[in-house]
Structure formats: structure tokens, C-alpha cells
Design a protein around this ligand. Sequence first.
Ligand code: DLL
Length: 433
Amino acid sequence: MGYYQKEIECAPRGEIVALQNERLLAQVRHVWDNVPYYRKKMEEKNVTPKDIASIDDLHKLPFLSKKDLREAYPYGLLAVPLADCVRIQSTSGTTGKRVVAFYTQEDIDLWEDCCARAIMAAGGTKEDVCQVSYGYGLFTGGPGLNGGSHRVGCLTIPTSSGNTERQIMFINDLRATILCCTPSYAAYLGESMKEMGMQPEDIPLKAGIFGAEAWSEEMRRDIEKTLGIKAYDIYGLTELSGPGVSFECEAQQGMHINEDHFIAEIIDPDTEEVLPEGEQGELVFTAVTKKAFPMMRYRTRDICVLTREQCPCGRTHVRMKKPRGRSDDMLIIRGVNVFPSQIETVLLNHGYAANYQILVDRVNNTDTLDVHVEMTPEMFTDNMGEIAQMQRKLVEGLRSMLGITANVTLVAPKSITRSEGKAVRVIDNRKLY
Ligand code: DLL
């Protein structure tokens, strides 16, 4: 399998650390000088750029979280003049506010390099035909892998997500060899092809680059079998550019973090102490090359383990195991980030009380989202037509907040069981971790 930037991907540890030290110092200075919001946080912790001499001092810096992004929305964490930015991408925030990330052209170039590394690690070369079936637009999946595919020199098919028949037509007619999409969509495409009578050996694909949501090893084996491919995991988040923060190589034993761009730490989510290598905790990243939107010690909320054990592929960058869950309540449904608080906001805005239950499941490899909502005594009716209309309004409200469709069922007042402790709002029956 090839490398896109072998020199850095396989660099000796000493070189990587030296580069990280140099870049971290420059980044701390850049943020101190240009982001008053973060400078204030540093001052509150009595830290100045002089206190940061190497990555060993990283723990002295304050964290950033989704809460900071919300407070500073939209421009408060921008570190360059708006005139130097060429694009935004966006994902859901905790309530109505979305996360908006900014990019300079250089930021996009480096991001696309990271995606190109992932594609080449999955065996991609300029001979390949790469179908990008992640969503395009505000979501980072489509644009990121599209850019990476161009860099590798693959013939790129920007199908975006959806329209399964057309996806299958292009895979067959254009002999696509690499498929990039969420694992659940890959599984769905596989099933659809099977139903159409296609055998794995008829399918031209050889590799898939799947991420943006949790998926199990069993799911990997299923997808590999139905599509006749090798399935690679890819991880990333909008705040740090998008896909390509880390990616799997042919060893399929964890994802190499692009350490020349992102310094990873694992912390205890409760005490915020940095944990030693090999311990499970929350993944925290510091982006040392991003100029427009430089996240410092960003708390991803993903629960994970890091390993520096030597990898047979020759890459020296630290690996993260598959995320094992989240330390917040974010759900990822059909690749879209959903917070229960967003759903609650819609219900309250429509005059309902906070008596609801969110049921998530996975049926035929597709996530389902059902929201049960109690009518208030004032709105209670047994007129089916009126109920149907109220449900439709909520479905519409939820779609515009979340970007996906939920099934809404209105139930009679006081019919949702009250909890004696914390309300159990979410029942997730998927077995993801
Ligand atoms: O999901 C970026 C992405 C696009 C990654 C395409 C991979 C492929 P966000 O919408 O900001 O960005 O969601 C980020 O998704 O914090 C994780 O909880 C979850 N996530 C992303 N990749 C994986 C993965 C994109 N491979 C959030 N396994 C992250 C498990 C993942 N969870």
C-alpha cells in the first residue's frame, strides 16, 4: 500500500516531536495574538505563551469545548481576518447553534492532504475511480474526501449521498474501485446490490473509506463480505477540519492520527487530568497547523484509547482505537450529529412540555429515530386529523433543526413514565460499541 507523504507519515518519533514542539509554540503565539476569547481563558489560568516551551507543557493550556464554540459563535474564535478565509463547513451544535468552522486556502490544502493520506493508505492511486457518497455541502465528508481524491489523482465521482439507484449505476458503469461514505450507507448499498442479484465478485469496488459514525467490527466484516472489499475506518470532526484527523492503514488496528497537524491527549472527562498512554478516556486535540480556526485542547467528547505500539505498515504516528462512546449525550443518527437538547428546543418552541422520549434503533443497517411526545392537557384532543396535523408540524420543525426526518408520535398527557431520578430521555437500542 502506498503513502501520500511517506517522509512525514513514517518519520522517526524524534522528528515528529521536534516538529510538534515548533508548531505548537507558533500556534500558541498565533492564538494569543489573534483570538481574544482564548487569550482571556489563558489569562484566567495564568498562562502566557512564555510558559509553553514544548508539548510537555500542553497540559497547562485551557480546554475548548462545544460550549465555547456556542459562546463565541460565529466569529469569536476566528484567528485570521475574514478576508483570508475562503470557506466554512458546519455541523450541529448542542442547541440551535451550529458549529461553524472557517478555513483559509492553506487550511483546506492541509485538510485535503490528510484525506489523501487516508485514500492512499486504503490502496488508492491515480489509477483508481473514487466515488464520494458522503454528503456534500455544509457537512465535511463530501468536500474533504473529494479534495483528497483529487490530490491522489483518482477519477472522482462526486455523487454525494442518497439516490441509491444512481449510486449503484455509477459504481457499475464507471467501474468505481473506492467507495467513501458512512458505514451505514455502505451496508445499505451492499444490501441493495445483493437484492439486485449482484455477487461480491461482480462489484468493481476494492476498498471503502467509512466513518463519521461508530461502527462495529461485525459491521465491518458484513460490509467487506457483501461488497467484496476491504473496509477502512476514517475519523474526524468539523472543528478540526473534518475527515482525515486519523485513518486506518491495511493493518486495520486503529487509526493513525496525523500528528504533524493534530496533537492528541487522553484525559479523564471528570477530573480533566491527562491519562497515561493505553488508558481509556476522552480524546483531546490541539490543531497546530490550522490558521483560521485553531482549536487548542479541544474536547472531542469521544471516548478512546491511544497506542504507540509499532504498526506493521511502517507509519509512526500514534493510533487511536475505534471510539467507544461519548462523554456527552450526542447521538449520531444516519451520520448526522443530534443532541437531545436540540429536540427539546423544538418541542418547547411548539408549545409542548419537556415530557418526551427519544428512541433510536438500527433496522436493516439504517438508523431510525422516533420521538414520543406528550400533548399538554390544553392541547389534548382525540381528533385524529388534528393529531396528525400537530405531528406533521413537529416533524417539519425537527427536520429543519436536525436536518433529518424523525417519526413523531403524540401521546396522551402523563402517559410517558416519570423517572424518580434523572429522566431517561434517550433509549438507544443500536449496538454500536
Ligand atoms: O463526521 C467528519 C467525518 C466525515 C469523519 C466523514 C469521517 C468521515 P462531525 O459531523 O463534526 O464530523 O462529527 C464528528 O463524529 O466527534 C465522532 O463522535 C463521530 N465520528 C467521526 N468519525 C468517526 C468514526 C464528521 N470513524 C463526530 N468512528 C466525532 C466513530 C466517528 N465515530
